[in-house]
Design a binder for this molecule. Structure first.
Ligand code: COA
Length: 257
């Protein structure tokens, strides 16, 4: 495995816990191609290292991640299964050790859908979450069209995915989308790390088996849905609807509006 190290993805291992930090705060931790590749390498490294029992994912500044970098969507959209974003989603799906998210702030797009693959999710109170795929002329990804309605019910999932409006960490907790709220970003990360350290002391093989059993009933459907959504997502990115919406966001930046 080629390990790619870039300054926007930081890794630190202590007490059996690998902390993976998304660090691009000036862009709300928007994920570029190289960041997806580094995140994939981080997950593969955590998976292959027997010292690592649990992985924790968090972000820098006021955001967890604002999702895919919009400029990258326009300049270098994913083309196939080997594209960095799809490789990252595959690594997420295949990660056999517990994965905990410490959502320190804003989470948009894949910043929310990746949570559906985590085992435990802690979110800073008051944080804003959003699934604006349709608003951008896109469609759900990361198997969210399957996992979200299963988790929170069809009516709520339809509202979040079709209208794409922001929702709060408090609503997410009320709907059973996340485990708990942290008072602030530091408390949220500390809560995630404390749980991770407890999990790291549990018998490792039993933990992995239990995760596999918990995921088993939906594993095949998740794999199929990832592939189907991926095909549509690539097509949607080339659609006039999506190009206009993405250019509008990029133009807003240039004009400083
Ligand atoms: N891709 C590229 N740049 C992004 C970005 C993204 N996903 N999210 C934020 N940024 C940039 C902004 O363009 C801005 O750049 P600038 O300082 O050069 O103008 C900077 O990060 C700060 O963002 P800003 O929009 O000023 O912060 P905010 O607090 O007002 O709003 C968000 C934060 C996340 C709500 C808003 O930036 C947003 O909606 N981003 C797009 C999210 C998105 O649609 N992602 C794709 C999902 S599929």
């Amino acid at each position: 495995m080629a390990e790619i190290k870039i300054r926007e993805i930081l890794m630190e291992c202590r007490d059996g816990v690998m902390l993976i930090h998304i660090h691009r705060p000036d862009r709300k931790n928007a994920l570029t191609l190289s960041m997806y590749t580094a995140l994939t390498a981080a997950l593969e490294s955590a998976a292959g290292d027997p010292e690592v029992r649990v992985a924790v994912l968090t972000g820098s500044g006021d955001s967890f991640t604002s999702g895919n970098d919009i400029a990258d969507f326009l300049a270098a959209p994913p083309t196939g299964e080997d594209s960095p974003v799809f490789r990252f989603l595959a690594a997420l799906r295949q990660f056999e050790k517990p994965l905990i998210a410490a959502v320190n702030g804003i989470a948009v797009g894949i910043g929310v859908t990746l949570l559906l693959h985590c085992d435990l999710v802690y979110v800073r109170a008051g944080a804003m979450l959003q699934l604006p795929f349709v608003n951008l002329g896109l469609c759900p990804e990361a198997a969210s069209s399957l996992l979200l309605p299963r988790l929170i019910g069809y009516p709520r999932a339809a509202e979040l995915l079709l209208l794409g409006e922001p929702f709060s960490a408090e609503q997410a907790l009320d709907w059973g989308l996340i485990n708990a709220l942290g008072a602030d970003a530091d408390a949220t990360l500390e809560q995630a790390l404390a749980t991770a350290r407890r999990l790291a002391r549990q018998p490792a093989a039993a933990v992995r088996l239990t995760k596999a059993l918990l995921k088993r009933s939906e594993a095949e459907a998740v794999r199929e849905t990832l592939a189907l959504e991926g095909r549509h997502f690539k097509e949607r990115l080339r659609s006039p609807e999506a190009i206009a919406a993405l250019q509008a966001f990029a133009g807003r930046r240039r004009s400083g509006a």
